[in-house]
Design a protein around this ligand. Structure first.
Ligand code: NIG
Length: 384
């Protein structure tokens, strides 16, 4: 098999402290060799392989691991966004607009839209992505959305419990039963994870617990939308159910932070959502200082966060959530991998998947220092 070396790397972020300095495992004047999909060597500049790519002194980081997206949808909700900027609050009910458009889209159209968004995310440096359903909300449509998502990732998440659809208006418990039985059965072959939106206007704590329990019993891993729009029981539920991740974490009490710190549940922040919905930003500093594991993700979706830019999320995390650039890079790469319980992505080391971003910059700090500038020079995904 042909080997390739990315040589003449000015600054390499490995995320492996055994390979370099600090938690980011930083190396100067480095090279990375891969064969097929996997990295076979990390060392000083000058390593030899069949094929050579010259990084010309640029900074190289692991590909971003985006552990929370809703890429499978049709329709446009820019009017809702404009209304929000004029003072309307964000409400979970907007999800139904996307449900109507998604159900109406043909299979070909839904695939095409998802493929375009996946390609956009790749150009933004995202080499691993999680994709949720949640805009079908009927057995057939949820399974269809998951099948589409599966073409782009193994990390698909069944989110039938996104909001109560119109057919079940006023009958949330009946809908939850349907999600936990027939819908789960159809979704199961296409999903790795189960999720629920535990929030006022969506599902309460008992309903969310029932959904996660049904998914776990069916062999799925659990994750949860928690504490997005206000304080609530979501984070505690995520910890109680052993979720891989509690996502959003915008409103956290001291008890929530203590529970996260004492658990294996990653606190996944989605700051582009807080930007797009005019919510306060989460206090990442307190969470990190308490010792909890954290991740950053885009939450790309048509309602609350229509962006595939992890660089933008990193800039917000540093500027408004008081993370250091090092913490933000780690959260957007290895943090995302932990939130997906993956040990093959998120770092540049022997045996890891050959996923890397060459930045058009001498250091990763430029992702924050030069906000809005397209600094992703080149992306390698699975060695390609
Ligand atoms: O993660 N919070 C729930 N789901 C999405 C928003 C979906 C929508 O508004 O369409 C989120 O923000």
């Amino acid at each position: 098999m042909t080997t390739t070396v990315v040589d003449n790397i000015g600054l390499l972020v490995t995320n492996d402290p055994r390979l370099g300095d600090g938690p980011l495992g930083l190396r100067r004047d480095a090279a990375v060799v891969f064969e097929g999909e996997f990295i076979i060597a990390v060392g000083d500049a000058g390593l030899v392989a069949d094929r050579r790519v010259d990084a010309e002194g640029r900074c190289v980081i692991p590909g971003f691991v985006d552990s929370h997206t809703h890429l499978v949808f049709a329709g446009d909700r820019s009017d809702e966004f404009a209304a929000r900027m004029a003072g309307q609050p964000y409400a979970a009910g907007g999800i139904r607009v996307s449900v109507d458009a998604t159900r109406a889209a043909s299979d070909v159209e839904l695939s095409r839209l998802t493929e375009l968004r996946r390609a956009e995310a790749r150009r933004a440096g995202i080499t691993t992505v999680e994709i949720k359903s949640g805009y079908g909300l009927q057995s057939y449509h949820e399974a269809r959305c998951l099948e589409v998502g599966r073409r782009f990732t193994e990390d698909t998440t069944f989110l039938g419990a996104h909001v109560v659809p119109p057919e079940f208006e006023g009958r949330a418990d009946d809908y939850v039963h349907h999600v936990c039985t027939d819908m789960l059965q159809e979704a199961r072959p296409h999903a790795r994870w189960i999720d629920a939106f535990c929030e006022v206007g969506a599902f309460d704590v008992d309903q969310s617990r029932a959904v996660l329990a049904a998914g776990l019993a069916a062999g799925l891993g659990a994750r949860l939308h928690a504490n997005q729009l206000g304080h609530g029981p979501g984070v505690q539920l995520a910890v109680e159910m052993g979720c891989a991740s509690a996502d959003h974490c915008t409103y956290l009490s001291d008890d929530d932070i203590a529970a996260l710190a004492a658990s294996d549940t990653v606190a996944t922040f989605l700051p582009a959502t807080d930007f797009s919905t005019r919510q306060p930003y989460p206090d990442a500093r307190r969470v990190i200082d308490a010792g909890a594991a954290v991740a950053l993700a885009t939450n790309c979706n048509p309602g609350s966060s229509y962006t595939t830019s992890m660089s933008f999320c990193i800039a917000l995390a540093v500027r408004d959530m008081h993370m250091t650039p090092d913490e933000a890079i780690l959260a957007a790469t290895l943090g995302g991998a932990r939130a997906l319980r993956r040990d093959d992505v998120g770092a540049i080391a022997q045996g890891m998947r050959a996923d890397l971003c060459v930045l058009d910059a001498p250091s990763y700090t430029h992702l924050v220092y030069r906000p809005g500038v397209p600094l992703i020079h080149r992306v390698v995904e699975r060695g390609v």
